[in-house]
Design a protein. Structure first.
Length: 89
């Protein structure tokens, strides 16, 4: 296996771990689906999985992962904006 291919595989496995980890943590009640960490895990997981599936030419899966990442990014931006706009405690 070449170094670029090994790197892409590592990126894909990392993305899978992030998405599954986020789902596990929310499903067990340890993390809120509205938390910045959950959304960041989904954004990074989707983005890294998109890199992997594009590399492998799996374009339908790439569309799914890009959408997954964009949903996480938009939610994360919303969370950050709300925190900035909130009055200090």
């Amino acid at each position: 296996m070449t170094e670029p291919t090994l790197l892409i595989e590592f990126i894909g496995w990392t993305g899978s771990a992030l998405c599954l980890g986020a789902y596990l943590l929310t499903s067990t009640g340890r993390l809120s689906g509205k938390s910045a960490l959950y959304q960041a895990m989904n954004f990074l997981g989707g983005a890294t999985l998109a890199i992997n599936v594009i590399w492998h030419g799996a374009y339908p899966a790439a569309l799914l992962e890009i959408g997954w990442a964009l949903i996480g990014l938009v939610a994360l931006i919303g969370i950050v904006r709300a925190r900035i706009a909130a009055p200090p405690r």
